[in-house]
Design a protein around this ligand. Sequence first.
Ligand SMILES: Nc1ncnc2c1ncn2[C@@H]1O[C@H](COP(=O)(O)OP(=O)(O)O)[C@@H](O)[C@H]1O
Ligand SMILES: [Mg+2]
Length: 410
Amino acid sequence: MRVLLFTGKGGVGKTTIAAATAARAARSGRRTLIMSTDPAHSLADSFDVPITDQAMQLTANLWAEQIDAQQRLESNWREIQDYLVALMNWAGVEAIQAEELSVIPGLDEIFSLIDVKRHVDEENYDLLIVDCAPTAETLRLLSLPEVMNWYIERIFPVERRVVRAVRPLVTKITTLPIAGDQFFGAVERLHRNLEAVRRILTDEKVTSVRLVVNPEKMVIAEARRTYTYLSLFGYRVDAVMVNRIIPDSVTDPYFGKWKEIQKEHLATVHESFQPVPILTSRLFDREMVGLPLLEQMADEIYRASDPADILFRDNPIRVRKRGQNYVLVMRLPFTSRDDMDIHRRGDELYVRVGAYKRNLILPQTLQRLVVRGAEFVGEQLEIRFTREREPEPKESSARSASTRRRTSDG
Ligand SMILES: Nc1ncnc2c1ncn2[C@@H]1O[C@H](COP(=O)(O)OP(=O)(O)O)[C@@H](O)[C@H]1O
Ligand SMILES: [Mg+2]
């Protein structure tokens, strides 16, 4: 089964393009399910039919479902929440406030993603298309399985043993609520599910992320940050989709300036995301609602290609701490290594190796650091970052005897 995640800033056209992609895949004979984790239930608006929490068939090979996030929260978090609420009540927090505090923002959406695992397990479909919530939340929730696992793996094995040992004692001397086996059972189940979701979403053979943007400054800036973090967490973007491009056929001078602006932004998109493929969609003369229009849109976007294909094999970037320094590792296969130019400007990193260019937004940790040098280790380019400039001239540190390399910072 293939999984496609569509994400991007609110209003750029994620739901529409996800729906169009689903319609086209279904028409070509793939059993396709489109599901939305976005609480702003717009999938129904897009297809112009009511859509519920149960997968419902819209046409041949096409099913849709709108996740009920509240219900997913109830079934995954209730037992954990009960204990947290009891604990907070014991500490003097009012009941209603404790209820509110015990729900971590974004949790309901991450539980919606557990449905991805369910569908992959059940194998009822060839293709699963996920229309995600707006970017910031999606990103946080996509990284959550990793973060949660980290905590759970480190804290819970110890906790459970300790609790077993001290429970009889503690209940005698205090009223402090002690977590019961239900709580640990729920935590373990959640852990297993989230780990499975993470494995599916970061499996390069299964999942691709498609970033939807408009040719607008702020939208592109946010998409570039999203790309960096998706890449860092191991999610692979296989296409950037630029939506709402004013077509050439529009010659009204009123839109002349807009067309110029869009052209510039389109160039930025190419510079920022290459070598990831850029697919485009024009601004249509109406709202793209209902199957026929969605199919038309998908045909224009994908042309002869299969939307379910892996359109690009991206290699996630990694950041490692090495002593006091950080190393950003990116895989750059098939590049000539003799002529390298790397520099940081503000929060951006420019990398050029031979004819290969990369221009990305740095993760927060690296934004205030200085590029110290870079070298290839096998197919991996390792870029070293340090906290401060060393007194010697900055260029020398990155130059090696056999090759011309330049790194700078500013
Ligand atoms: N290329 C396009 N041309 C015309 N209308 C579009 C286009 N893309 C999206 N729309 C319309 O814009 C609105 C918002 O799109 P939507 O897909 O719901 O955005 P998002 O899911 O990113 O919030 C919808 O009414 C949709 O029909
Ligand atoms: Mg939407």
